[in-house]
Ligand binder design. Structure first.
Ligand SMILES: Nc1ccnc(=O)[nH]1
Length: 425
């Protein structure tokens, strides 16, 4: 007797299986025939995927768009200044409310694990308390991993260092930083060195905003690779954004990529925000600013797509749908072959889960019973349609359902309903 059976779905690898769930675990993946279950979800013809994972988000700032004003230049730096104003006046309760609303959106999209940066540059640390409260509130359906992130610079802001350490003491999970925003290249490099020391001493993961810049000389990723290697942080370190790599000299990159691979550093481009923010000082041709995704993957570097922002000082749009993120990423990175398109789906599921170090993730017996049923035949179709999440199961509970995306059509001589899915067969 199972609690839930998800029947007849196509897994991302194309195999067809029934998934039997007992409690919060996947208990069987096989043909289950007429086995009994408290609830049966018919997924025949539909894609059944492990849940979406977002490895880079700013939950403390989300859904604050327009407060206290909009980002007129569209640049990173104006966004940081604007957030600097907002964080003075917003309350802990408002931050919690906005973040919980976003988590509702995420849950409805099958986005069940999120790594969020939390700004530690505020002496009251109200944002840190707010996000710790949110982590606790959503823990039965979303795994939140929180990064202590000194947005105004670990050294540049006079109290950032003390506040970041205090935030880690309060229970944030990951060490963050922003070397390209320090006052000098030297300070940036020194911040990378100290932050890696802190991560190693505390046994924590590290995820730096690294080289989110169009300056080809912004090379903090090089220092990160050196320090991660020195401290043995392989598999626990991430460089987020890495946009300067778009503009770097090709010879230098030919040396850099093997160093990143050797260090075991993962990369997180954030395509929606990178394409919106980078290249703002260019005329034409205008740089795209997305880091070198396929090139890193060819070197064996783990790369995940991140969402970064939804309706905040840096980005006015966004839905919480990781399929939107992968869709933008595959266009900007020109990942158009069938293998590359399928890989983009893998990036927002398995690759991102690996970056977070999620235990018991995936569709296998013994894994956490979290999965998504999509109105699509396969991962590529899910991306093409940004398919509806017909059902979302988190830790053994059905937490969201959505209707199919069929439309009623009123045109003489044409079908009464249309589906944009592949014709069967
Ligand atoms: N893309 C970004 C969002 C928020 N803060 C940053 O430094 N970068």
């Amino acid at each position: 007797m199972f609690d839930i059976i998800v029947k007849g779905g196509a897994l991302p690898d194309g195999s067809i299986a029934d998934i039997g769930i007992k409690g919060d675990r996947i208990a069987a993946i096989e043909a289950l025939g007429d086995a009994e279950a408290g609830e049966v979800i018919d997924a025949s013809g539909d894609l059944v995927s492990p849940p979406f994972v977002d490895p880079h988000f700013h939950l403390d700032a989300t859904l604050s768009y327009g407060q206290p004003r909009i980002n007129a230049s569209g640049t990173l730096l104006e966004g940081i200044a604007l957030w600097g104003e907002l964080k003075q006046v917003t309350t802990e309760e408002e931050m919690i409310d906005r973040a919980l609303t976003y988590c509702d959106w995420a849950a409805s999209m099958g986005l069940l694990a999120i790594r969020s940066h939390v700004d530690t540059c505020d002496d009251s640390l109200k944002g840190v308390r707010a996000m710790l409260a949110v982590r606790e509130t959503v823990k039965d359906y979303i795994d939140l991993q929180l990064v202590a992130f000194p947005q105004d610079g670990f050294y540049r802001d006079p109290t950032a260092r003390a506040n970041t350490l205090a935030a880690l003491d309060m229970g944030l999970d990951v060490v963050g930083g922003i070397p390209h925003f320090e006052r000098s290249m030297q300070d940036g490099a020194e911040s990378v060195r100290e932050l890696c020391r802190i991560a190693a001493e505390r046994g924590l993961r590290i995820d730096l905003h690294c080289d989110e810049s169009d300056d080809p000389m912004s090379r903090h990723i090089e220092t990160l690779a050196q320090e991660v290697t020195r401290h043995g942080l392989a598999g626990r370190a991430t460089g987020s954004h890495l946009t300067s790599m778009h503009s770097m000299d090709n010879y230098y990159v030919s040396k850099l990529l093997p160093l990143i691979a050797e260090a075991g550093i993962a990369a997180i481009p954030n395509p929606l925000i990178n394409i919106m923010i980078q290249g703002r000082h260019d005329t034409f041709p205008k740089r795209r600013g997305l880091t070198r995704v396929k090139e890193m993957q060819a070197h064996g570097i783990t790369v995940g797509w991140g969402q970064d922002c939804v309706r905040d000082p840096w980005y006015s749009l966004g839905t919480g749908d990781m399929l939107d993120v992968a869709f933008m990423g595959m266009h900007v990175a020109q990942m158009s072959s069938p293998e590359e398109m399928a890989r983009c789906f893998d990036m927002v599921t398995n690759q991102n889960a690996a970056i977070l170090g999620l235990a018991d993730y995936g569709l296998h017996v013994g894994a956490t019973a979290s999965l998504v049923v999509l109105d699509a035949a396969d991962p590529i179709e899910a991306l093409r349609l940004r398919a509806a999440r017909l059902a979302v199961i988190s830790k053994g509970r059905v937490i969201a359902r959505s209707p199919r995306m069929d439309a009623a059509l009123s045109l003489p001589g044409r079908p009464a309903t249309i589906r944009r899915r592949h014709a069967p067969g």
